[in-house]
Structure formats: C-alpha cells, structure tokens
Design a protein around this ligand. Structure first.
Ligand code: 13P
Length: 255
C-alpha cells in the first residue's frame, strides 16, 4: 500500500505573523479555488485575529483552518491567551504545538508543549506537534536524540487513542526561513526515525497511522523531491505559503 492509502496527507501553510486581514482573505480564497488535488488535506494557519475571516472564506471548500498556538486551559484569567474552546468555537480544527519559534523565541518548554498536546486532543483539535533539532545539535550528531526526547516528552501519558489523533511536523531549525532545505534523504531518514520512535512508544499500527510532515524552506522547486519520499506525508510551509501561486504549486504537486 502507498502512503496515501495508509495516512492522511496534509499540505499546510503557516502564515506566522504576516498578512493583513484583506491579504489573509484573498490568500484563502485564491488557494481554495486553485487547489485541484483531492487526495490530500490543505490546512491554513492564519494569524489568530483573522481566524474567523479565513474560516468564512473557506466555507464550502475542502480547505481547513488551524491556529498557530493556544493555551491548554479551557478558560480563565490568562491575559492574551486563546483556549481550545475558542478554537473549536471559531471552527479551527488544527493547532500548531511547539513550533520552533515558540520554543526558541518564547521559551516554551517540553512540559508546556505536552500539556497543550493533551488539551488539544481532549478538545478534539488535531495537534500538529513540531519537533526538530538546532544546527549545533545536528553538527554534534544529536539530531535523533533531540527529536526523540521531544517526542517522548510530548507524548508522555498519552494513550494510543489520543496519539492516533496527532500529526507530527519535523522542522529542523536550521532549515526554517533560511533557504537551506533538508535534502529529501536527510528528511526521509529523520521521518523514518520518528516513525520508529512512535513504534517504540506505541506500536506498528500507531506509527503507520500518524502523518509526519516536513517543514523548513519548502518551495515549489524542491517539493517534488521531498514529497516523493515514502515517509513524508506532506509539508508545513512558511514563506512560500504567503503567495497564492507558490502555495498552489506546492499543494498541487503530483507524485
Ligand atoms: P519556511 O518555509 O519559511 O522555512 O518556514 C517553515 C516553518 O516554520 C513552517 O512552520
């Protein structure tokens, strides 16, 4: 069986702290009207303040919307935070958890990320757990141990049923926003390692079910090589998801 028959294939755009309201809506409409492949899920992660507009723009289309972050409590005195209940309320079905910019700029710890994964699953929101090593860690030969530790901590105490709802994004920090994409071989080897770690934490069936996306300088000219790899189940795109044509060129890639 090929990967499309075994796992959901996901092509996601993380808009980070870019776009105006008008640009966000135009981008969503352009993407929804230009996608022509039905064997994959397209998910947009707009800035949270535009979530409702983007959800409205995608209504009646297959395009899904997620948010880039959330807090783990249902509600409370947490100024500036968004709760899983709010995400559900506006129609966001996905959330990015542990993105490297959250880990490294905002100091998010593995413990906090773990609580967010649990909360997302409890609220029936798909967590896209981001993992990946720094350049120093790669150079020291610690890529696998770093990612293994991030996975073990994020999935601690999460049972098989919960784990099956998660998606993982392997985003090597040295490839994010740098134009230095991982080669398909490096990415595939890390994705295989992630799947083997899931096998150890759970079992074969869970490991085969969870989609593992690649992120880090994905562009129209490198998507074909990456997506040809058997363990790359889609991509999480930053910069190239901010223009309709480049994101369409990525999501419409054929195998
Ligand atoms: P770039 O595609 O801009 O490298 O960003 C990747 C990323 O961080 C997606 O979450």
């Amino acid at each position: 069986m090929n990967k499309q028959q075994v796992r959901k294939q996901i092509f996601a755009g993380n808009w980070k702290m870019y776009t105006t309201k008008r640009e966000a809506v135009e981008l969503a409409i352009g993407i929804a009207s230009g996608m022509n492949i039905i064997d994959r899920e397209v998910v947009l992660f707009p800035p949270s303040v535009y979530a409702t507009c983007v959800v409205d723009a995608c209504e009646g289309t297959p395009v899904k919307v997620g948010l880039q972050n959330m807090f783990y409590e249902k509600e409370g005195a947490y100024t500036g935070e968004l709760s899983p209940r709010m995400l559900k309320d506006v129609g966001a079905g996905y959330v990015l958890v542990g993105h490297s910019e959250r880990r490294h700029i905002f100091g998010e710890t593995d413990e906090l990320i773990h609580k967010k994964v649990i909360s997302a699953i409890a609220f029936d929101i798909i967590p896209v757990l981001c993992v990946g090593e720094l350049l120093e860690e790669r150079e020291l030969g610690k890529s696998e141990s770093t990612v293994e530790s991030q996975l073990i901590k994020a999935f601690a105490e999460i049972g098989e049923q919960g784990a099956r709802k998660a998606v993982i994004a392997y985003e090597p920090v040295w490839a994010i926003g740098t134009g230095k994409v991982a080669t398909p071989e490096i990415a595939e080897s890390m994705h295989t390692f992630i799947r083997n770690t899931l096998k150890k934490l759970y079992n074969d069936s869970v490991a085969m079910t969870i989609p593992v996306l690649y992120g880090g300088s994905v562009k129209p000219d490198n998507i074909a090589g990456l997506y040809a790899m058997p363990n790359i189940d889609g991509v999480l795109v930053g910069g190239a998801s901010l223009t309709v044509q480049s994101f369409l060129d990525i999501i419409n890639v054929t195998l």
